[in-house]
Design a protein around this ligand. Structure first.
Ligand SMILES: *Cc1c(COP(=O)(O)O)cnc(C)c1O
Length: 361
């Protein structure tokens, strides 16, 4: 059965536009390794997002690993309120993970709670801009400049998000975006890194192609294969043409939800409504019991929500610092993401909202 209303229904490009590019691949027989379509996709992304030093990858998990390796990270402070990929990326390359709690308003690292003594133990902070919410960029810029601590943003949710007309991907030493099928912009599987410095970009470029530069092995880096293929790039290039339309449609769906929920005590935890991309429609309920009830009622009507993010990741892995993460543990039990996607109708938003408001009573 086709589930019409579930979280994560992907946007797809215009079929003819995509097939035209696939025909080029059939003719060129260039499937990967810095092919012409990947290069075109990269140029278009740089122009559209107003960024430089871009590296396209097979997915965002490996992109995180490449960025962490390129910046030589060892001890990383991050948030427990994220998708497991953020933490797995670090664990897979043997890094030490430290946690600090989140703020209720941004759902991102609460910079007032960052233990100053901890800053002496770590060399990298990896904030997550969850649901496109802004982190405390000013604070992290200060830490980066004054302490030389590396800042890597997991901006998986931040495609095309700007702050004061500047891409949020330009903050920090590096930013990662996910192009996974469930994200607002996708290449089926894929991801990208934006580096601040050309020097770091050049190291990462070697890493993603198994240390090989112009046919020779560069012994100074330990590489992996993290490259994006021509087919994935073709998908991205053709979908990119639609991105403004996709965001506008999602904005109108978001506003419809917001209107329905206006009078009720439902929290919509987004801190930058004028600049969000509306990749997600999160709501915070009073408690977990209410969340489960609503989830069940919607499920009965074939409306599939997702618990992003659940559980708080300190419940999954042991960090190097033992710290209480009360807000993260509290929010993860109460937060639910509702369906929001390109092909939804306002009437469907109203229907979903009605079911939620009814079960809130
Ligand atoms: C989706 C996601 C990732 C992982 O992205 P993949 O492209 O699936 O590897 C990492 N972090 C966050 C916050 C995500 O939502």
């Amino acid at each position: 059965m086709l589930l019409k209303n579930r979280v994560g229904i992907p946007s797809v490009p215009n079929q003819l536009r995509y097939i035209k590019l696939v025909k080029k691949i059939f003719n060129s027989k260039i499937l990967t390794n810095n092919g012409p379509i990947l290069n075109r996709f990269e140029r278009e992304l740089k122009r559209k997002l107003k960024v430089d030093n871009v590296i396209l990858c097979a997915n965002a998990t490996v992109a995180l690993q490449v960025a962490l390796k390129a910046l030589n990270s060892k001890n990383v402070l991050t948030t427990p309120f994220t998708y497991i990929a953020t933490i797995n990326a670090m664990r897979w390359i043997g890094l030490n993970v430290f946690f600090s709690d989140i703020s209720r308003s941004s759902l991102n690292l609460d910079t007032e709670k960052i233990d100053l003594k901890l800053l002496n133990k770590i060399d990298t902070i990896l904030p997550v801009n969850s649901f496109g919410n802004f982190s405390n960029f000013n604070y992290f810029e200060k830490i980066r400049k004054k302490r030389g601590c590396k800042i890597i943003y997991d901006s998986s949710h931040c495609f095309k998000i700007e702050k004061n007309k500047k891409s949020v991907l330009k903050f920090g030493d590096a930013s990662i975006v996910s192009f996974h099928a469930t994200k607002i912009f996708n290449t089926c599987e894929g991801g990208m890194i934006v580096f601040r410095k050309k020097k770091d970009y050049l190291i990462a470029k070697k890493i993603i192609q198994n240390s090989i530069v112009n046919g020779n092995i560069d012994k100074t880096v330990v590489g992996t294969n993290a490259k994006m293929s021509e087919l994935h790039a073709a998908w991205g290039l053709s979908l990119l043409k639609k991105i403004n339309k996709i965001i506008n449609k999602r904005r109108s769906l978001f506003n419809a939800y917001k209107n329905e929920f206006l009078k009720k005590k439902l929290i919509i935890p987004l801190n930058n409504l004028s600049e969000n991309n509306f990749g997600y429609m999160p709501i915070i309920l009073k408690n977990e019991k209410k969340l489960k009830k609503i989830n069940k009622e919607l499920f009965k009507k074939n409306i599939i929500c997702r618990r992003y993010f659940f559980p708080s990741l300190d419940k999954v892995i042991k960090s190097k610092n033992n710290v209480k993460l009360n807000i993260s543990n509290n929010i993860t039990k109460r937060i639910l993401c509702l369906p929001i996607h390109e092909n939804m109708k306002i009437s469907e938003v109203k229907k979903i909202s009605r079911i939620i408001l009814k079960s809130l009573k």
